[in-house]
Ligand binder design. Structure first.
Ligand SMILES: *Cc1c(COP(=O)(O)O)cnc(C)c1O
Length: 360
């Protein structure tokens, strides 16, 4: 068996030790005589798996006691609707920072439930930089301020936490969740789909300050009413049990790596290998402003796009997969989440150099 270097943006690579453990436990979890997939979510085994996953996540992120951790379904796109349904709290409007493809989707969805006020946009600059905080025209009466902490397609990441006063800050962290320490107390709500940096698709994590819940719009589906789900320990309906189990294994793996400080240092070193090379050559280019470059998703272009197909073919032959950029931006994109080993990035840079030597 040879595992490829998988640069997919999501669903994405998982740590190999996690996959091995899941494989070992597939038929018989800890002597229970069954797979986690086959267990009742109300049984003591699964309740223990669920509780351990939550407590590990709380430990990794140092989640304060007055925040609920919810394990839901419906993805981040689902949350684009459920956040306004739950957090408008009688207000008519929320503020949004438009940094690219994912924030655009969030804004469009929120408009169904209230007024989505765009306080700043990177559109004029082709979404290559995050609008500086002092350019944001915030509304003090907004229900919340929404940001996308890492634009997975454009490759932009906040390396700072915006100060927004008393209005709760909400972040879609789908693609940089658990890639670095985060001061949860600076946010009213954090959400993300698991399939980028946490585990299998199907699990959506919401971390929400408890004073913000309990005022959902009457049309809110019960399964996505944060108050009802918090009261039911995220088991108002059947949770995505297997995805929660694997996420728990990933949390344990992260803890064993030394936690989020250690993984962040690792992520910075990995991304630097790639960006330093991109900056050293005119054969490839990175479109994103240096200060806002994502450590998770690295889009880049070849000088001549006629070479794109040959580049991808050579990469595949070397077992480096899923490097094609998103269809909306073209070029290449290397997603280098927590589970991508530094060897994978080294192999990519070595191949890029080789390709440049041949075609440059
Ligand atoms: C992938 C992604 C989404 C979409 O998540 P789904 O789980 O498909 O709903 C939303 N926001 C960001 C930032 C993403 O990276």
């Amino acid at each position: 068996m040879t595992r490829a270097y998988n640069f997919s943006a999501g669903p994405a690579a998982l740590p190999e030790p996690v996959l091995r453990q899941a494989a070992d436990e597939m038929l018989d979890w800890h002597g229970s005589g069954m797979s986690v997939m086959e267990m009742s979510h109300r049984g003591k085994e699964f309740i223990a798996i669920h509780a351990e996953a939550e407590s590990l996540l709380r430990k990794l992120l140092a989640v304060p006691a007055n925040y609920k951790v919810l394990f839901l379904q419906g993805g981040a796109i689902g949350q684009n609707a459920f956040v306004p349904m739950n957090l408008l709290r009688g207000k008519v409007s929320a503020d949004f920072v438009d940094t690219g493809e994912w924030s655009k989707k969030t804004i469009k969805e929120a408009q169904k439930y209230g007024n989505a006020h765009v306080v700043a946009s990177g559109k004029a600059g082709g979404y290559t930089a995050i609008p500086p905080r002092d350019s944001w025209q915030l509304d003090p009466n907004a229900a919340y301020v929404h940001i996308c902490s890492n634009e997975t397609i454009g490759g932009l990441e906040y390396h700072w936490t915006p100060e927004v006063g008393a209005v709760p800050l909400v972040a879609d962290m789908s693609s940089n969740f658990l890639s670095k320490p985060v001061d949860v107390s600076k946010y009213g709500l954090i959400y993300g789909g698991a399939q980028k940096n946490i585990g299998p698709a199907g699990l959506t994590i919401v971390i929400v300050r408890d004073d913000l819940i309990g005022q959902a719009l009457p049309i809110t589906p019960s399964a996505f009413d944060y108050r009802q789900q918090a009261d039911a320990d995220s088991m108002l309906n059947t949770p995505p049990t297997y995805a929660i189990y694997v996420a728990g294994l990933v949390f344990k793996w992260l803890d064993a790596q030394g936690g989020l400080e250690a993984i962040a240092a690792h992520n910075r070193a990995k991304a630097a290998l790639l960006y330093d090379y991109l900056d050293s050559t005119a054969f490839y280019s990175s479109p994103v402003a240096k200060a806002d470059r994502s450590l998770m998703n690295v889009p880049f272009k070849l000088k001549d796009e006629a070479l794109d197909a040959a580049f991808l073919k050579g990469a595949e032959e070397r077992r480096m997969l899923q490097l094609k950029g998103h269809r909306s931006v073209g070029g290449m994109r290397a997603s280098i989440y927590n589970a991508m080993p530094v060897e994978g990035v080294r192999a990519l840079v070595a191949y890029m150099k080789e390709f440049e030597a041949q075609h440059g």
